[in-house]
Design a protein around this ligand. Structure first.
Ligand code: ADP
Length: 189
């Protein structure tokens, strides 16, 4: 079983690339953002709590996302691999993922990190707001808070994974095709 993390700031193109990776490699794409949005649409208790946090641009609690990830892994024992998108987002989530995969006899095979400067993150999210209908994409203050949250809580994961030797960086400010070619090179190794 292979485990990959698609990493990067909001708007870096993780969702777009994930679709192409799934088509070519048949990995199971797990986006914690998508899972949370499903909970919100279904009107579950979890969804109600998550909606408030997401609309503010805050993270939902680590235990919530870790629980969703564990369930997805245990529910899918017969697939080739997993592609995590938007997870882990904190050091605590990364540590829990490591011990969880260890328990399942696996490890994070590579962290594929798409880089994008803040100005472009901002522009891309505003552009996406016009196409998708995400509340957290529409408000400037929320976007700024998400970017700040990324720098504060998620960016430290770069050193964490560099220390483990499985961190790979790709320039996100490139065409979809070029980014995908670079990702494919890593996945083909
Ligand atoms: P983005 O395009 O901003 O990366 P996502 O769809 O990945 O958006 O996530 C949307 C929101 O869902 C985040 O801003 C956050 O509130 C919540 N969320 C998603 N994944 C996580 C996670 N791993 N830990 C905590 N909160 C998360």
């Amino acid at each position: 079983m292979r485990y990959y993390i698609l990493f990067g700031p909001p708007g870096a193109g993780k969702g777009t690339q994930a679709k192409q990776i799934v088509d070519k490699y048949n990995y199971l794409h797990i986006s914690t953002g998508d899972l949370l949005r499903h909970e919100i649409e279904a009107g579950t208790e979890l969804g109600k709590k998550a909606a408030e946090l997401i609309e503010r641009g805050d993270l939902v609690p680590d235990e919530v996302v870790v629980g969703m990830i564990r369930r997805k892994i245990t529910d899918n024992p017969h697939i080739k691999g997993f592609l995590f998108d938007g997870f882990p987002r904190t050091i605590a989530q990364a540590e829990t993922l490591d011990s969880m995969l260890n328990e399942f006899g696996g490890k994070v095979d590579a962290v594929i990190s798409l880089t994008l400067e803040d100005k472009l993150v901002y522009d891309r999210i505003l552009h996406r707001a016009m196409i998708e209908n995400r509340k957290d994409d529409m408000d400037r203050a929320t976007i700024e808070h998400r970017i700040a949250t990324y720098h504060q809580k998620t960016e430290p994961l770069i050193s964490y994974y560099k220390g483990k030797g499985n961190y790979r960086e790709i320039e996100g400010n490139d065409t979809i095709e070029h980014v995908f070619a670079n990702i494919s090179r890593i996945l083909d190794e």
